[in-house]
Design a binder for this molecule. Structure first.
Ligand code: SF4
Length: 467
């Protein structure tokens, strides 16, 4: 009999019962909340006269609406101030730990959870945000939930959910120079499609995955949902345990490690599906369209509509109209207006180091606005201690305060008009960065920083810009 994979083991440990609907009632070990999806959930709780079942398994921070230039209170946007106040009241009334802007611990929820050591192997984790799979980098089963599920978890610490199947994404060999986790996940989504992972959890495995640091594993798992997989995870290993050592919420390192070893996939584990990638084939990737699956390597020609599968033709045609690009063109050389380095995909210290190595001694091209937004206040402090902020500002980048910023533009950081943005975030949907006609190219921090300096998309393998 085949062994078990991590998802099967974690699921079995957290399943309360099978519900009449056929779904499972699953216990959630860690519930992360933020200002956008929690106010209505708390409102529903109040209406029903319920309280938060496990306040000590719930942690809050504020990210989407936080301005990145000035967080003096009251915030200039009255709606943002109202949302922040609601979070403060709800967490205070319910005894929920809150990492607010004044705490020095605030940041994007998927950066804050791991850096505090809240995210640990073998856990079930939920958050009212689609990119919760980020936490799967630690060997947890983590997924984004909607507002009514946030309510259910607040009230019961459980939720109704169907168990996904597991597809192993096996990445063999070593990644070439100039290629990283962002290129890998874009390549995976490009090949399997934005709906290819529907109904699956992705287990990322193989030599190339094992070689990734924790921040890169987070980048990889973060974008699982962009490929349709609500859950993405990497089995815990020495890299995981070492990264978690000494973090504030890792109270018992040995137990954490023991549980991780117990929960990781058995060497003979079975999977419902497997797709194999060869890391040596990977190149720096750039999106050209209006979803993350519309992606090519930087020096490839954009596809003709005829060459695409039937189900992709209509979206591709819309993408060409919207972006103003043509089949047969290459992304290298496209002039850009704005660069955004940050987000829960690429706003961590190693991402900023990667970008700073390129910024050092160079200047942002004339006419380009370039923002560097640390994923959390702790990332900002660590980056400043290394002098990264000084490198960026000297090169003409703007060094901002922690938050989601221009990933979603729920704060004042927005594109205007048809500006073309080189962004390290995770979604290039129409209007995603705040302008209904703005355009987004997703890429790695090294590619984005290089684009800022050149004023256009460059192939970092040729400029030698990557450190
Ligand atoms: S950085 Fe972007 S994707 Fe991540 S939580 Fe914030 S808005 Fe969502």
């Amino acid at each position: 009999m085949a062994g078990k994979n991590l998802l099967e083991k974690v699921w079995a440990r957290h399943k309360v019962r099978t519900l009449p609907s056929g779904q499972d009632q699953l216990f959630i070990g860690l519930h992360l909340i933020h200002e956008v999806t929690s106010p209505q959930a708390f409102g529903m709780l109040r209406e029903k006269g319920l309280t938060v079942r496990y306040p000590k398994r719930t942690y809050a921070t504020a990210d989407h609406i936080i301005p990145t230039d000035n967080v003096s209170r009251p915030l200039q946007d009255p709606l943002a101030e109202e949302m922040l106040k609601a979070l403060e009241t709800n967490t205070m009334e319910n005894g929920i730990p809150y990492f607010g802007p004044e705490s020095g611990k605030q940041g994007v929820v998927h950066v804050v959870g791991p850096e505090k050591g809240l995210t640990q192997p073998g856990m079930t984790i939920a958050c009212g945000d689609s990119h919760t799979a980020t936490h799967g980098a630690f060997g947890s089963i983590a997924f984004g939930v909607g507002t009514s599920q946030v309510r259910d978890i607040l009230a019961t610490q459980t939720m109704a959910i169907s168990k996904p199947e597991v597809r192993r994404i096996l990445v063999k060999g070593k990644m070439p120079e100039g290629v990283g986790a962002k290129d890998l996940i874009l390549a995976i989504i490009g090949r399997l499609g934005v709906n290819g992972g529907l109904g699956y959890a992705y287990e990322y495995a193989g030599e190339a995955i094992e070689a990734l640091g924790m921040e890169e594993r987070m980048t990889l798992c973060n974008m699982s949902i962009e490929g349709g997989a609500r859950v993405g995870y990497v089995n815990p290993d020495a890299t995981t345990y070492e990264w978690l050592k000494g973090r504030p919420y890792v109270a018992d390192y040995d137990s954490m490690k023991k549980f991780g070893e117990e929960m990781k996939s058995d060497s003979d584990a079975g999977f419902d599906d497997e797709v194999v990638f060869d890391a040596a084939d990977l190149k720096p990737m750039v999106t050209w369209g209006i979803n993350p699956g519309q992606v090519v390597s930087v020096d490839d020609e954009l596809p003709t509509i005829e060459s695409l599968p039937a189900e992709e033709k209509e979206t591709a045609s819309r993408a060409y109209d919207y972006m103003g690009f043509n089949p047969g063109e290459k992304m290298v050389g496209k002039k850009i207006d704005v660069v955004f380095i940050g987000s829960c995909t690429n706003g961590r210290l190693t991402d900023l180091r990667e970008a700073a190595a390129i910024a050092k001694g160079n200047q942002v091209a004339s006419g380009v606005t370039a923002l560097v937004v640390p994923g959390s206040q702790e990332v900002a402090v660590a980056a400043e201690a290394e002098g990264l902020d000084a490198i960026f500002t000297k090169a003409g980048f703007e060094w901002r305060l922690a938050g989601c910023s221009m990933c979603l533009a729920m704060n004042p950081d927005k594109l205007s008009g048809r500006q073309l943005s080189a962004s390290t975030s995770n979604r290039n949907f129409i209007g995603r960065q705040g302008s209904p006609t703005g355009r987004t190219l997703l890429m790695s921090p090294a590619m984005a920083a290089s684009a800022a300096i050149a004023g256009e998309v460059v192939d970092i393998r040729k400029t030698g810009a990557r450190s």
